[in-house]
Structures are given as C-alpha cells and as structure tokens.
Design a protein around this ligand. Structure first.
Ligand SMILES: [Zn+2]
Length: 491
C-alpha cells in the first residue's frame, strides 16, 4: 500500500528543481499512510497473545551462577518469560515438561546467510539480486533452536531479512549485522586511515551497529577503523589484517578490537603452533579485553572436503541446503580443488585444528570469554546444525558442557549488548527457549535432542519442526534442476 502511494505521487510530480521537497513530501505521505494502516491493526482486530506454560521441567537458566531449577513451571506471554514457579494463568495452554530440560535459545556468533548475491549479469538492473526464499533459508536455524545470529557479511539484504522476521512474515532468528570494511575487493573499501574513519561513519549512517575488519586493511587503517568505531559507539569484530604477519602480536591487540572472528586469524599470524604461543595470544587478548570466536567447525569441514567430496555427499543435512549451494559445494568446491593440487594442505589443516584446540584451552585458562560461531555458509557448514557441532568441538577442546552452553547463550548476549533481553532464562527476558529430551549438562550432544523451541515467544513443537523440515527438503528436491552453479549469472 505504501509503495503504491509513493509511485502515484511520483507520477503526479515530475522531476523538477524542487526535487528535494518532492521527496520529503512523498516520504511524509508514505510514512503517514503506513501509520494509519498500523493504527487500524492495533485498534481493531488485535489477536490476544497465547499464554503458554511448561510444567514440571528442569530449567538450566545459564545465569552466572546457573542454579538448576528442578520441577519448575514457566509461563510465557507476550513473547516474554512472565513467571517462573508462580501461579499458572487459567487460560494458559500447558506443555508437559516432565523428564525434559529447558535452556535458552542458542546464538551463533559467525554466520553468512544466503541473501543477495552479485550474479545477475542479465541485469534487471545490475548489482545484487536475491533469489532465495527467506523462510527456507531461516528454517534450519529455527529447527535447531538457533534464535539469534551474528551476520558477518552485512549488506542491504540482511536488513530486509531481519525486517521480515521482525514483522513476523517469516519465522527466523534475531539478527545482529556487521558491515565489512576491507582494504580492497567487493566490500566497503578503505585504503587509508582517513577513509577508514569515514567508512565507519558511513556504515553507521546506513544503520549498522557493528563493524567487521577484514584481511587486506593496512595496519594504520585497521587501527583508525577500530578507534573511530569506538567514537561512534560501534563494536568491532573481525579478521586480523594480513599486513600484521611478522609483526609482534601486541600490535594488533589494540583497544576496542572486541572479538576475533576465528582462531584461524591467530594461526595465520605465526608458524609457531606451540601451547606457549597460544598462551601469549591468550594473555594479550585478556589484557586487551578481546574475546574470541574459536570457530573450530569451519576448519574441520575444510579438512573433510579437502580429503574427499564424499563427506559432503553423505552429509545427512545436505537435503536442507539450498539447491544452488548443494550444486556449488559439489561441482565448484575450491577446498577440494586446492587440496588436489597441493596435497600438503591436508596435513596443514590438521595442524590448524590441533593448534586451534590449544588456543581454546589457553584462552579458557586465561579467562578470556569464548563465544560459539560457525562461519556457516562455508561448504559443509550447514546453517543451524553446525552450531551443535561447534559445541561438541569446543568440549573436545577442553570446555565443560556448561562452558560450551555458556559460549552460545549468556556470553554472546553480553558481547552483543542484549543480555538484558536474551541469553538466560529469567523472568522478564524474551522467550527464546529450547525444550530438550535429554540433559545437555551430561553430554553436550544432547542439545540436539530438541522437543520444541520458543522463538520470540512463538512455540514450535516437534510436529511443526518435522513439517518445516520435510517441506524444505521437498522444495529443495523439486527445485534441484532449476539451480545450477554454472548458470548462476542467469538468475
Ligand atoms: Zn565468516
């Protein structure tokens, strides 16, 4: 409706010297008409929010003390946890939680969602296009209890996706979005400190609240970006630029560099894969207040497919991957191609995995907060499913089950500065919850034993999860022939 009013006015007022005024006027009419529509909805036919209570459940709240609440009753109303162990409102729908466990919804701190891609050489009308059906892209997160994600290659489409979720047109996770700034290439580019500072301000103006630094920045541009982000109240996650290789590690641990996007940033910086080196990084990170997303699953998957594409073929969750990506992962797999040309890569990837586990151990010992992230979008690393794999790898590397859970709940909520709303199970928090059939504190793989998920207060039970998954698998199967990687320029 808003769009129609916009275009009618545009026809009524041809381009003229009062262009600016015209746009302001049109914008006013557009916003005003949207407002009326909104009021109609809120005044008239607003549907009462359902009240849901889970009874007799064991709550693992993931607060700092994490005191387990056994045989608990929890009430969810208006997207919020309204009470724990208090009276159940009469009209509440009851879910039997006997023999089940309740944990906060999970947070993946490193994702790349399928949004717009620069394929369209056939141009209507040049630039990025979006061929992906949004619910299909979000379903794997929801069925896995991943209720918040950190998008680390933000573009305009990421905001569109987030708006669709906020408007409840589709069901998906909460999305934090980082703008990528690099020294060259296809992202926001800054090659001098002055450009770096201006790019941060531009990103803020476009609506971003996080900055991701990338590999081709010069050391001084990197430093200027991080400093400007601090001035602008934006947090910084990122790569450590390649230009720091052979420089002392203390040079890139600079104030306000808040989160390293994967342990690979550290292993790329050295040939010394000793525990002492991991401890040096941990000490510097601790002193500087820099957190780490270890991101163990991406290298594990890079190694697997470097050895053989069978690992991708046999992936049980492959059916939930968009057919275009299925085709890319099999027919244009750069990891497999590179390893075929340079077989030495295979033992090197194994060394990386071993060193990254040492890094996790050293960071844990130094008391540096670790947050779980997967780099999902990398071939083999399937959206939603990969976070459970990451948690298992973090435990293999030395975290306790509770610490692994903390890395995907309370800690990332703190880093994203939304811990007043999500990340723990407490009265007043938003209802992002996972009901589990098995206890994840006994075995971390039990996070996969999902009985149902609350996504922003909306209950998605096992039956609904199964339907969503079979619909997705069927759509992917039916449309397989329509999406071929070699034809991507036509889409
Ligand atoms: Zn990434």
């Amino acid at each position: 409706m808003c769009i129609r009013i916009f275009s009618r006015d545009k026809n009524a007022y041809p381009v003229s010297s009062i262009l600016a005024k015209f746009y302001l006027l049109t914008l006013f009419i557009t916003l005003n008409s949207c407002k009326i529509k909104e009021d109609d909805i809120t005044s008239g036919k607003k549907v009462e929010e359902e009240i849901i209570a889970i009874k007799n459940v064991t709550i693992i709240p993931m607060t700092e003390e994490n005191e387990i609440i056994e045989n608990a009753t929890i009430v969810v109303k208006n997207k919020t946890i309204t009470s724990i162990n208090k009276t159940i409102p009469e009209q509440a729908r009851i879910i039997n939680g006997k023999g089940k466990w309740l944990i906060p919804g999970l947070i993946d701190m490193h994702v790349h969602n399928l949004n717009e891609l620069a394929f369209n050489e056939g141009y209507p009308t040049k630039g990025l296009t979006d061929i992906f059906e949004k619910q299909h892209i979000m379903t794997p997160y929801i069925v896995n209890g991943v209720t918040t994600v950190f998008e680390l290659s933000g573009r305009v489409g990421a905001f569109e996706l987030r708006n669709k979720i906020v408007q409840e047109k589709i069901i998906g996770p909460r999305i934090a979005i980082a703008a990528v700034i690099d020294g060259a290439g296809n992202e926001l580019v800054a090659s001098t400190p002055i450009e770096g500072r201006q790019t941060v301000r531009n990103a803020k103006g476009l609506g971003y609240r996080f900055i991701k630094t990338y590999s081709d920045l010069t050391p001084n541009t990197f430093k200027a970006i991080v400093d400007e982000a601090k001035k602008q109240g934006m947090k910084v996650v990122g790569h450590i630029p390649r230009a720091f290789i052979n420089l002392p590690a203390k040079d890139f641990f600079i104030p306000h560099f808040g989160l390293i996007a994967h342990a690979e940033e550290l292993s790329s910086n050295t040939n010394d894969f000793s525990y002492e080196k991991a401890q040096e990084y941990a000490r510097l990170a601790k002193e500087n207040g820099t957190w780490l997303t270890p991101n163990l699953s991406n290298i594990v998957w890079i190694l697997r497919q470097s050895k053989s594409l069978e690992s991708i073929h046999k992936l049980p969750t492959f059916q939930y991957v968009h057919p275009l990506m299925q085709d890319k992962w099999l027919t244009s797999n750069s990891y497999h191609r590179n390893a075929s040309k340079s077989p030495k890569l295979i033992p090197y990837f194994q060394e990386l995995i071993d060193f990254h586990k040492l890094i996790v151990k050293a960071f844990k010992e130094a008391g540096v907060p670790l947050v779980a992230g997967t780099d999902t979008g990398i071939s083999g690393v399937v959206w939603g499913y990969s976070l459970h794999e990451e948690l298992e790898l973090l435990v293999e590397a030395g975290l306790t089950n509770q610490e692994a859970l903390m890395s995907a709940t309370r800690l990332p909520a703190i880093w994203l500065e939304i811990e007043d709303k999500i990340g723990t199970i407490e009265e007043g928090k938003l209802a992002d919850l996972i009901l589990l059939d098995k206890n994840p504190l006994e075995a971390i793989k039990n996070t996969k034993a999902i009985s149902g998920v609350f996504v922003n207060g909306k209950w998605v039970d096992k039956k609904k999860i199964n339907t969503m998954l079979s619909d997705l698998a069927e759509w992917n199967n039916v449309n397989r022939e329509k999406f071929k990687w070699k034809d991507r320029a036509k889409y």
